[in-house]
Design a binder for this molecule. Sequence first.
Ligand SMILES: [Zn+2]
Length: 332
Amino acid sequence: SVDAMADAVAQAYPRIAHRYYALKAKLLGKDRLNHWDRNAPLGPAGAKTYDWQGGRELVMASFADLGGDFAERAGWFFDRPWIDARPRAGKQSGAYSHPVTAGTHPYVFLNWMGERRDVLTLAHELGHGVHQTLAAEQGGLLADTPLTLAETASIFAEGLTFDRLLSEATDEDRRALLAGRIEDGLNTVVRQIAFHRFETRLHDERASGELSVERISQIWTEELIASLGPSVDLEGYENWWAYVSHFVHSPFYVYAYAFGDLLVAALMETRAKDPQGFTPLYRQLLADGGTKTYVEALEPLGLNPRDPAFWTIGTKRLEGLVDQFEALCVSN
Ligand SMILES: [Zn+2]
């Protein structure tokens, strides 16, 4: 599955990353992007903000789109109330949904500041929360999902909420929203696959002898140029492999980021074809908790992650976002 995914992503590099960074360089008035400008925000100053009620309505509408009992379960978190959202002095930063135990209920922790990304974080954590309430029916020993599916409901809920934000945005906001979404995708999918290919080559070469710093940097640079494309200037970036702690602390882990993201993209495309047929199957996948492997869990939806075509569903989706972005660049 991982090899099929890495190949599908590498084949899509030019159509996604190379094309996007060339457009972004042009928008910033440059021939080539400096590597520190890769994620520079494109949005207008004073982007739209949301009060708690507005954020709640938007996220709840996204859960209602899914049908079934998704909105009802998401609503429990507001009504009972299982969310600690208010930032205050001394409070830890970040956000998560903690399942506690299968016999009680989850709690969502976040720091609501009313920005657009807080709306997406609320959707993300409620996705986890709803997933946890569904899987709790499996009991304490089997409620926990396998790592490959752990981010499914969260990324899915975030995706539905993003689609709503996009449909309500003005043209100017739209371009910035799309840029943010594409860059998230590039960082999660394209970049992590470049990392994965780097570490695979490094370990392969290490089997026949030690590697010099220069050689490590050479492999690193080759993989990054291949993925990001000719419009990103990587001068001075040669030794940045040293900051990716996964290479030392969790070898062969980075592919998991791309895996989760593309898996959800395939689910979202499956839903787009038949929203009503999709919901009960998706609900079952979440309610199965840790009782099935990801291959077994995806089978009822007609999806097979060992088939390269499964992964191109997600790369095509990302490509489609770049198409939309490109069209807005031309028309403005
Ligand atoms: Zn998460």
